[in-house]
Design a protein around this ligand. Structure first.
Ligand code: GDD
Ligand code: MN
Length: 360
């Protein structure tokens, strides 16, 4: 094996019980190689960064980068990869699920086949991995794999793995093109530079040592909108897709409330106002939860944001109606198309304002 520096990039969020065994595991697995570990910690509340610092205070091969105001596995990995000194960069989980001895297999594969990137593919179907992944997570993984295959245009054993190794040069080349895919950085890298010479090595996905997974519904939503954005050829950004989806649920809610209130023999105007208010409120809450999860408003800021959103929505109605009328009178005499034009203008207007002035 040629001697080069290997940087292990390990993003952490609340892994206090895992980081010391992780360090020891890397030391054992890579003992005679030239290596460093870069933890990228999103300001864990359980003292993860302090623990590493105390344990590895005198070891210059081990560093912690702390990010104060942001969360995200992919974003942390990118940050760590950009700050690493190694010729080879390896991203891996610090919770014990990624066996450090696989790093050697990846390096050998990279060298033997003159590759630029090698990923470690989880063996999903055997009995051992079913301990590590719940049946639900396995199903989700299979579905995610299938969708990712569509986006990438080729089938991989495990495009969603979080364990991969690449040359520093090829990473620096692709880095400016990366977005925020939540947890799935590998997929974004392979998508953003299709010329990368890549292969997989299989490995057994272990069980977490301590603590719990951070993969929650927000991470999944981020990934789904990321994939959909790629399917539009990146024309629609992920949060616009999320915004449109929320808008779609709003239309559904609007009609449900409208017919319910009309059913109680209320006047049309009253039903319309009620439907508009309920739909706008639900849109606001859902956007706060999903579309702008990274900039989520809380407390008083949430209340002000809500008032602004209502104001923007009411102006949006005017914009919608005038755009639709204009389109109908000046451009096309088709009600459906003119209405769509109105909705499109309204949505874009709301999205721009929401992005700039509400969830700043
Ligand atoms: N800095 C930072 N910020 N680190 C994070 C964050 C974050 O927001 N979220 C998670 N991590 C760290 C964890 O501390 C852990 O070291 C590693 O990223 C993986 O997180 P887990 O929460 O254990 O993820 P998982 O086991 O559910 O998912 C793993 O397997 C997936 C495939 O099933 C990851 O490797 C994923 O990348 C992979 O897609
Ligand atoms: Mn894990």
């Amino acid at each position: 094996m040629v001697s080069r520096k290997i940087s292990i990039i390990a993003p952490t969020f609340n892994e206090v019980g895992n980081v010391i065994p992780f360090i020891e595991g890397v030391k054992t697995a890579l003992h005679e190689l030239d290596w460093e570990i870069l933890f990228v910690d999103d300001n864990s509340t359980d003292g993860t960064a302090r623990k590493i610092f105390e344990h590895a205070h005198d070891d210059t091969r081990i560093r912690v980068i702390t990010r104060l105001d942001d969360r995200g596995l992919a974003k942390s990995s990118i940050q760590g990869m950009l700050s690493a000194k190694g010729d080879l960069l390896c991203v891996m989980d610090a919770d014990g699920q990624h066996d450090p001895s696989v790093v050697r297999d990846m390096i050998s594969k990279l060298d033997a086949d003159h590759l630029q990137i090698v990923s470690a593919a989880r063996r999903l179907d055997d009995d051992r991995s079913s301990d590590a992944l719940s049946p639900m997570r396995q199903k989700l993984s299979h579905f995610g794999n299938w969708l990712s295959g569509l986006v990438l245009g080729r089938k991989l054993g495990d495009p969603l793995t979080g364990f991969f190794l690449m040359t520093r040069d090829s990473f620096l080349h692709v880095a400016p093109r990366l977005g925020d895919p939540g947890f799935k950085l590998l997929l974004d890298i392979l998508y953003s530079d299709k010329s990368l010479r890549h292969a997989e090595v299989p490995f057994d996905f272990g069980s977490r040592m301590h603590g719990a997974s951070k993969l929650d519904s927000h991470v999944i939503w981020k990934f789904v909108t990321f994939l959909m954005s790629k399917m539009t050829g990146s024309i629609l950004p992920p949060n616009l897709i999320s915004f449109l989806f929320v808008g779609g649920t709003g239309v559904f809610i609007h009609f449900s409330v409208l017919y319910t209130v009309l059913g109680m023999s209320a006047p049309f105007m009253v039903a319309q106002v009620a439907a508009t208010l309920v739909a706008a409120t639900s849109n606001f809450l859902l956007n706060n939860l999903l579309t702008f999860q990274d900039r989520r408003l809380r407390g008083l800021a949430k209340f002000w944001g809500y008032l602004k959103f209502l104001a923007v929505s009411s102006v949006g109605i005017v914009a919608n109606v005038s755009a639709a009328t204009l389109a109908y009178e000046r451009l096309v005499h088709v009600v459906f198309i003119a209405t769509l034009a109105g909705i499109a203008i309204d949505t874009v207007w709301k999205f721009v304002i929401a992005n700039r002035f509400i969830w700043k």
